[in-house]
Design a binder for this molecule. Structure first.
Ligand SMILES: Nc1ncnc2c1ncn2[C@@H]1O[C@H](COP(=O)(O)OP(=O)(O)OP(=O)(O)O)[C@@H](O)[C@H]1O
Ligand SMILES: [Mg+2]
Length: 429
């Protein structure tokens, strides 16, 4: 529960909610977050705790929250602009999670005895709080004034692999608008922990480690699940540091089980999307060379990460991963406000989409998905022409093996044929 104070002069209802922002498994206090709505106006206030500011290992949670004494505010003017600071936007539910929460909320409001913790209207802050604490992305956590991490959850209530059939049923039902209270209970908190648009849920592997189950969508026209695992496995073969993924067959239905890279040895690692690290605005176009600039500014090992980023860009071009937006690139905190590229995730071949990148190669390139353009800008990633050519050859060799790997993953001839245009296209060199 969070504090919710309603002042109601005239018709304008002001709601103020707050929580303590904590970090990591031990829940170190980093500051106080409050959120206010007043009519259509929404604003956020954050103030670092003096205990955090005094620590030798303190770091700014995101570049838009410098380590300073006193409150910092954010009050977006444009509708749809993020109301939270970057690091908090990264722990909010996104398209899929918000849809599950919205349905769950509506369902709970229909009950005869509505719990006092179920508000009449959900604010952005409520959405933030309805995400399970156990599975919440990265290391940030929200502690309510009663001292409870929201949304209260433990490993015991996180679904295990054995629950996959129920989760598949629940996600399909939500997509088809046919969900029951039982379906919503399966997904509550855990089905909303991570961002993104596709159906997914936190899941516990048999050895107790945390993973994401990514499910087929009712709108899929090919096995997107296989495509994602195929791309991640090929990316690893191409020398890219990737999240570990496998296909699990559940009564003939494929689920991608992807290990969480932000959980290591029981620790929670601090995560920031590239969007947040770059303080990107939604009205501007960004390029890989801009991400490279951010790595130069904030990177803990800029040389390695610049090379890794260039390798990922080449890979995305070669497998036509055109969903390479700035939330699909991320960083993990190393130390003292310096960041490393997080393992690659959400890498997908798109056989039916034009070869146009979401993140451009450079500001001059337009959306062209072009190897020659990538080679032209290699210097901006600190690569010599010769090393760039060597990396390109390595990535091309790995991608060339896609058909064999697809068969190993159990993909049938029709599925392989449907993915072919993503992997086999005219070279532009
Ligand atoms: N292996 C992982 N470990 C930790 N966090 C992850 C992992 N994979 C994804 N995430 C986080 O979860 C979010 C959503 O995951 P993902 O991008 O795979 O979903 P999606 O629905 O396919 O996204 P999109 O809307 O971009 O298609 C990511 O933006 C990232 O913050
Ligand atoms: Mg994504």
């Amino acid at each position: 529960m969070t504090t919710r104070t309603n002042h109601k002069p005239a018709a304008k209802l002001t709601t103020r909610q707050s929580a303590t922002l904590c970090l990591g498994q031990s829940g170190i206090e980093v500051g106080e977050l409050s959120f206010e709505t007043s009519g259509a106006r929404r604003s956020t206030r954050f103030e670092y705790a003096t205990s955090w500011l005094g620590r030798s290992d303190a770091f700014p949670l995101s570049p838009d929250l410098p380590l300073v004494i006193g409150p910092q505010f954010r009050s977006p003017k444009e509708a749809g602009a993020p109301v939270f600071f970057g690091c908090i936007s990264d722990i909010e539910p996104d398209g899929w999670g918000r849809m599950v929460i919205k349905r769950d909320h509506a369902n709970q409001r229909k009950l005869a005895h509505v719990k006092p913790t179920v508000p009449a209207v959900m604010t952005d802050f409520d959405y933030l709080n309805w995400v399970s604490d156990f599975g919440r992305m990265g290391a940030l956590r929200l502690r309510d004034p009663a001292g409870e991490f929201q949304r209260k959850s433990t490993s015991h209530d996180t679904p295990a692999l054995i629950a996959l059939p129920d989760l598949i049923g629940a996600t399909r039902a939500v997509e088809l608008n046919q969900e029951t209270a039982r379906d919503l209970a399966f997904l509550r908190g855990h089905g909303t922990s991570l961002g993104g648009l596709r159906p997914k849920c936190s899941i516990l592997e048999d050895d107790g480690s945390l993973a994401i189950g990514k499910f087929a969508s009712v709108t899929d026209t090919r096995s997107v699940v296989h495509g994602e695992v195929l791309a991640l496995t090929l990316a690893r073969a191409a020398g890219i540091n990737t999240a570990t993924a496998r296909v699990v067959d559940v009564h003939g239905m494929a689920v991608a089980v992807v290990r969480r890279f932000d959980r290591v040895d029981g620790k929670r690692l601090m995560y920031l999307s590239a969007r947040s690290l770059m303080q990107a605005s939604s009205s501007q176009q960004y390029a890989y060379t801009d991400i490279a600039e951010s790595i130069r500014e904030h990177g803990a090992d800029a040389a390695s990460d610049l090379e890794e980023l260039w390798r990922r860009m080449i890979f995305n071009i070669l497998v036509n991963n055109v969903d390479d937006h700035l939330n699909n690139h991320g960083f993990l905190h190393a130390a003292h406000g310096q960041w490393r590229l997080a393992p690659a995730f959400d890498v997908n071949p798109f056989p039916d989409k034009a070869r146009a990148l979401k993140t451009w190669i450079s500001q001059d390139s337009g959306d062209a998905s072009s190897l020659s353009e990538a080679l032209r800008v290699a210097g901006q990633f600190n690569l010599s022409a010769q090393s760039a050519r060597t990396i390109l050859a390595q990535v091309q060799e790995a991608v060339a093996g896609w058909r064999g790997l697809a068969r190993e993953l159990g993909m049938g001839a029709a599925d392989i044929a449907s993915f072919a245009p993503a992997f086999e296209h005219p070279e532009d060199l």
